[in-house]
Design a binder for this molecule. Sequence first.
Ligand code: SAH
Length: 252
Amino acid sequence: MSFLPRFPAMGQIALVGAGPGAADLLTIRALRRIEAADVIFHDRLIDPEVLALSPARKVFVGKEVGANAWPQTRINAVITAAALSGLKVVRLKSGDPSIFGRAAEELDAARAAGIPIEIVPGITAASAAASALGRPLTERGQTERLVIATATCRPGTVATLAIAPGTTLALYMAMHRLAEVEAELMAMGVPPESDVQIVQSAGCENQRIVECTLHGMANAAAGFANPAIVLVRWTAPAMVGEWTMQRSSITC
Ligand code: SAH
């Protein structure tokens, strides 16, 4: 018989991407972590069907409509405490945890406490929007660059993006300032007639789509609300494709 104090075995943390909100868009690895979890800390955008996949205790750490969000420091503290007590912790985030998911803070907190932590990727809203539209995010000769950005940080954020013709711009958290984003993009030289698609609840049963041009996008999206993603396609000039063809016919 040992008189040594008994410490609980160290738990672990998985930052799991829940995808856009449909249970069948989870990865198999995400499903395995969810099924094996002792406790799941989750945000508001997580589909109840996804949470129902696990018998684990569920703790909501997101922002209730009209209420304050849990401060990030408190989330860091509770997830690390749970793992230190020996639990398998899943921190479930919408989409991909590495895209606008505050994952860096949680990774730092876990590593500082010596807790094993991993990122389990998920399908991000931009990919879910492409599926909803039946149209790729990049199109050869048209948009060969994808820029993922948020419109939320501070006014003028979008105007600091170094985008050029040939770009699809996927804007997250943009719905509350669409009129400013529209004006900022046009002031940067994005043509007013550029194609825009706004997809609300991409991949979910209540998905809605509006297709419009950059000029007028804020009006076209009246009645649309979060969660929604905005895709702005600033296509490359047609000249590029023609020039490449001419050159290849010369060299062939
Ligand atoms: N980590 C998430 C993004 C979190 S930020 C991801 O990878 O998708 C929250 C923003 O994501 C929302 O404001 C919205 O712009 C977008 N979003 C999340 N789920 C969405 C969905 N199902 N459809 C459209 N946009 C979504």
